[in-house]
Design a protein. Structure first.
Length: 70
């Protein structure tokens, strides 16, 4: 999947069932929450900046790499 250098929006990302499944697996309490629905217009880079320090960088990179491979 082309993440367009992180400029893909969360809304665009979750249009892919496979990408959504990865996010649900990794962040089950977040996906489907009101906060997640509000984030649909944010870019991947904006979301990553918000979770920086809360989720280990290595874990995030692994998730991104997995989504890129779709």
């Amino acid at each position: 999947m082309n993440l367009r250098g992180g400029s893909i929006t969360v809304g665009e990302l979750v249009q892919s069932p496979a990408a959504l499944a990865i996010l649900k697996r990794e962040f089950p309490d977040v996906v489907g929450s009101p906060l997640f629905r509000m984030a649909q217009g944010l870019t991947l880079n904006q979301v990553l900046a918000q979770v920086s320090g809360q989720v280990p960088k290595e874990r995030l990179q692994g998730i991104i790499d997995e989504i890129k491979s779709l």
